[in-house]
Design a protein around this ligand. Sequence first.
Ligand SMILES: Nc1nc2c(ncn2[C@@H]2O[C@H](COP(=O)(O)OP(=O)(O)OP(=O)(O)O)[C@@H](O)[C@H]2O)c(=O)[nH]1
Ligand SMILES: [Mg+2]
Ligand SMILES: [Zn+2]
Length: 314
Amino acid sequence: MQGLVTKISGSSYQVLADSGESLECFVKGNFRIKGIRSTNPLAVGDRVVIEQLKDGTNWITDIFDRRNYIIRRSTNLSKRSHILAANIDQALLFVTINHPKTNIIFIDRFLATAEAYRIPACLLFNKTDLLNDDEKEYMQAMQALYQSLGYTTLAISALLLPEDNDMQQQLSHLLRDKTTLLSGNSGVGKSTLLNMLVGEELTRTGSISQAHDKGMHTTTFSAMYRLPEISDDTWLIDTPGIKGFGVLDMQREEVGHYFKEIFQESAHCRFSNCTHTNEPGCAVKQAVDEHRIALSRYESYLSVLDDADEQKYR
Ligand SMILES: Nc1nc2c(ncn2[C@@H]2O[C@H](COP(=O)(O)OP(=O)(O)OP(=O)(O)O)[C@@H](O)[C@H]2O)c(=O)[nH]1
Ligand SMILES: [Mg+2]
Ligand SMILES: [Zn+2]
């Protein structure tokens, strides 16, 4: 039998078998996937082979090749990574202008990482109901910037979704027939949107801490949910409110490839290995000076470059 891993909690794996049944499955302790050093051999989104034993227990015996996967690097010394999800069509980054405020560098790092993984990314501005006029204008300027770079953006209020047909249509259009990973800081409304779309209280949502104006990591496991109201092939993956995905190990020269407009402009730099920091004849720095590249994007680029440096000496 074959199926799709839809939820993992502890040592138990929920698998939606192709027969339509949802089965609780286990994996053997020595289950390994070649070439991946990970704390978890399987992830939500994996396609697997299951075998049912006479005693009625179900075991995952094999895994199909992944189209892609995203990892979170562990912070401990083992340097093992944790696979968050596999076989994703797009990643949706939730951005909130406030409550909590999403950091611009965080957005750009996310987009660069998605480029590195070759996973299309979109920005979903949530909690628009909380914005005053100035904040709305600020949000629209941000949308314009990222749209000009080729990213799809959408502004919504997850709380008001049930009353807003137009918003529902736009979301359906964005999500239809795709497996979408929901990412973003804790408290931005990932689970809230999911519950609204599924139409029932599927996953717990949390309140924002009054003291810190931050979320409190309500979601603690990854799971994927089908949205049959949109289509049978529409899935959302809710991940714990960590940063969504960890920045990959990037080489210094590589970082510029993942900022679309910087990559484009870099064709005109004097040196082919230009890092766009202090080199003479740098077309990227000139484009920043002439406001053809946003300063915020350039600053984010420098910040990711700094990290790449650190990794080199670690
Ligand atoms: N005003 C307003 N509040 C919202 C909106 N969307 C979500 N919230 C609130 O924000 C809080 C956090 O929402 P969650 O859905 O738990 O956030 P999350 O992104 O799943 O957080 P983690 O699971 O910690 O990653 C809850 O109190 C929600 O009711 C919105 O559009 N407007
Ligand atoms: Mg959540
Ligand atoms: Zn340059």
